[in-house]
Ligand binder design. Sequence first.
Ligand SMILES: [Zn+2]
Length: 416
Amino acid sequence: MQLKAILNRVQRHRSFVYEAVRLVEGDPPVLEIEVRARANSRPCCSGCGQPGPSYDTQGVRRFEFVPLWGMRVFLVYAMRRVDCRGCGVRVERVPWARGKHTLTETYAWFLAGWARRLSWKEVAEVFRTSWDKVFAAVEMAVEWGRAHQDLAGIRAIGVDEIAWQRSHRYATVVYQIDEHCRRLLWVGPERKAKTLFAFFRWFGAERSAALTFICSDMWKPYLKVIARKAAQAVHVLDRFHIMAHFSKAIDKVRAAEARELKAKGYQPVLKNTRWLLLKRPENLTETQEPRLAELVRYNLRSVRAYLLKEDFQFFWDYVSPHWAGQFLDRWCARTLRSRIEPMKKVARMLRSHRPLLLNWFRAKGAISGGAVEGFNNKAKLTLRKSYGFRSYRAMELALYHSLGALPEPQVTHRFC
Ligand SMILES: [Zn+2]
């Protein structure tokens, strides 16, 4: 069987034929496959896509194809120019590559497929290509997927923020969190009101009006925009974000108290206790459990803050918003008497968002609880895996690519 026959099987183009296959010596050697237009075929204009009379033929161009046996493979083709009625003289459009790209679409989809499994750097190394080529491949896949995705029937969304560089730059992410479909819908720079306004512009008024649930943090700009753009939806402050505020508060209390004790010359009882105080009791290890019990004997602010947090966990077990509200009020009153400033701050914040907090119980069962937290972890993982992201665009593409559940074109042959 000849290579040409295999190519015709996996990748056939009606108006073009594969010609000579050459092995070009080098380290490593390269396979070149000549492509020729059929004698009676008319070139298609790259401007409008219409066929027209051939104007002239230009120099050969090489388009990189899926590698074979560790060798890079190139399609070699002399581009024609079309004398287009509408556009004038234009270079032709070829079915295996888009625009000025030197990657064939097949190879780009191949690289993009691997970029979901490996970091972009690894993909570039394994296939002896450049990081920029992998970037271009992922960009193509994401653009195609976003242009072809189905946005019908979205009822619940979650809004979250994500830090994407060490210098604490933020991006806003919006997920679909319906029980039947969860995916990343949208990414925008920063976490300002205008960011979320941009989301709603993209999403469209009709789809926004059909939303029934929106999950978010207590971040003011988000609250403001959601109230303006999807007032009919039940706005839920989700558990994951609320509990994150508790963790931050406990961290503050503990750090301040540890400093204080050290200054007074006490034994460092709070040393290495951070995780004891942040973990749920059921997640403690065997050695951590007795240490926590020991710690609780001291009347420390850190311990009291910890107990307040653990007590608040009962809030989530309520079924009726009414009784949950009663619990919330009692908890806030008690915490405000605690004289632990970071915890009082949490209590004040919860109190001022009481109606939104109680919406959690109205949304129970309708939205996928924990979905936002799950996505948040996956997004962090995606960003960590590719610390080489030099730009916002690359970061955004990586998120869409790994979390967007984007569609891919139907093909007769899959290369990976
Ligand atoms: Zn044209």
